[in-house]
Ligand binder design. Structure first.
Ligand SMILES: [Fe+2]
Length: 185
């Protein structure tokens, strides 16, 4: 079983969440995801963040944490330059960014020692399973909205400002790679 201490080790950004209840709900959602997944914290440090980019050298955790940092830095700059014109709830933003891909843990299964996409992952992409996990742990709707809308499915939805920031932090560090726009070294 993955302990809270192990989760906080891979996700030190959980401590950025000021609200005690939301911090506990975010931690509980990751705990639940690990309990239902064949993946371990060390798998997340090793596996590439996307299978759509050949030989991707960026790990799942590196990319997920990057998105949280980009979202947080964006919020600071938006506040510095725009004042109160586009207020962002920091706790909602951080929790949403930390939980955006938690459902990916249910997209895998281990067969004969090999990780592969689970049948559940084929039926339900991680925005859907992520919301399911988060709701079980009492995560508020404003944060579940970010999980639900962070990826392409969210293009059909009216995103909140926090969801917009997380979506762009995620996609600006994904699409150039997956579209082959990065010149090879
Ligand atoms: Fe995602």
């Amino acid at each position: 079983m993955v302990t809270d201490a192990e989760i906080l080790e891979i996700w030190p950004e959980i401590e950025w969440i000021d609200n005690e209840d939301l911090r506990a709900q975010t931690l509980a959602t990751w705990r639940l995801a690990f309990a239902r997944s064949p993946l371990t914290p060390s798998d997340l440090n090793q596996m590439p963040f996307t299978l759509h980019v050949p030989n991707c050298s960026v790990s799942f955790l590196a990319h997920k944490r990057l998105v949280v940092h980009l979202a947080m830095e964006s919020a600071k700059k938006i506040e510095a330059f725009m004042g109160t014109a586009m207020p962002l709830d920091r706790d909602t933003l951080i929790a949403g960014a930390i939980l955006a891909d938690v459902g990916k843990l249910l997209e895998y299964e281990r067969v004969d020692g090999e990780l592969r996409q689970s049948l559940r992952g084929q039926y339900l992409r991680h925005p859907f399973t992520g919301v399911g996990l988060a709701q079980e742990c009492g995560v508020p709707d404003a944060v579940c909205h970010i999980i639900a809308t962070h990826a392409g499915e969210g293009n059909l939805v009216k995103r909140t400002p926090e969801a917009y920031v997380v979506h762009h932090a995620d996609f600006m560090t994904y699409e150039p790679l997956v579209k082959g726009l990065v010149p090879s070294a």
